[in-house]
Design a protein around this ligand. Structure first.
Ligand code: IPE
Ligand code: IPE
Ligand code: MG
Length: 242
């Protein structure tokens, strides 16, 4: 009997390798980030074509502040350019933008643009394009714990009622409902680590790694990654499916 193909609803990508892409070309790192930004557009449209419902992109980690100030400044300005350039196209494709992370720590202009992008696309019913920006999973989890503890302290929550489902509701992915947990995580650039990304949500996610740097990752590459994912046997602790 032919195997049933896995549905890919939520794809998460650690977009890595912009710096090395630039270095190989003897270009400054920011050129790699600019190319990387343009690739977000291409891959987002490709993901939409493939019927993906949530595309989560790791764009800036809570650890990335440790980079040189000029690079951090450049990265903080990218959302401004991205939405300036691509908002009409995102609207035409009914894409709903979400940005998750510790957004109140962003420079005011960057913060404003994130709020504007979410507000403008709030009524869109197409693919959710979810950016993780100033995001870190450990801090996300600690923040969730603090929120639940304070609910217990004020008496609005009983400690006995905290289960996995309830805990998930305190995380930044809660609004994606059935699609909170990525089905597939892809990391580009050859590194094979999570770098503090979605530690809770990735518990049963399929993992995929490619050597290609993010600016070089194409729609055809994505189609291949999706095909590979569709043939996997996701067991969730059970025994092999018939
Ligand atoms: C990913 O590319 C983008 C961010 C982390 C912001 P890098 O900038 O990490 O590129 P490499 O890993 O140095 O090549
Ligand atoms: C992870 O990439 C963060 C993003 C892609 C935004 P990094 O390049 O920062 O991760 P490490 O330092 O190689 O683990
Ligand atoms: Mg990197």
């Amino acid at each position: 009997m032919a195997k049933k193909k896995n549905q890919l609803d939520h794809l998460a990508i650690i977009m890595d390798g912009n710096g090395r892409w630039a270095k190989e070309r003897h270009l400054p790192r920011f050129v790699g980030h600019r190319e990387g930004m343009e690739n977000i557009r291409r891959i987002a449209l490709a993901a939409d074509d493939l019927g993906i419902k949530v595309l989560t992109l790791y764009a800036f980690s809570t650890e990335n502040w440790a980079r040189p100030k000029a690079e951090v400044d450049y990265l903080m300005n990218l959302p401004i350019h991205f939405f300036d350039h691509y908002m009409p196209e995102l609207m035409a494709h009914h894409v709903k933008v979400n940005i998750m992370g510790f957004l109140d720590e962003l420079p005011p202009k960057t913060y404003q643009v994130t709020q504007k992008a979410m507000a403008m696309t709030a009524q869109n019913s197409g693919m959710i394009l979810n950016f993780a920006f100033n995001y870190g999973a450990r801090r996300e989890i600690v923040t969730a714990v603090k929120q639940l503890v304070s609910q217990v302290q004020t008496g609005t929550l009983s400690a006995d009622d905290i289960d996995e489902q309830h805990f998930s509701k305190a995380l930044m992915t809660h609004q994606f409902g059935d699609y909170q947990d990525p089905d597939l995580l892809l990391r580009t650039s050859g590194e094979q680590r999570l770098s503090n990304f979605l530690l809770w949500q990735l518990a049963y996610t399929e993992l995929s790694f490619t050597k290609k740097y993010w600016p070089d990752f194409t729609k055809e590459d994505l189609i291949q990654v999706v095909k590979d994912y569709q043939m996997r046997d996701r067991r969730f602790g059970q025994i092999e499916s018939e």
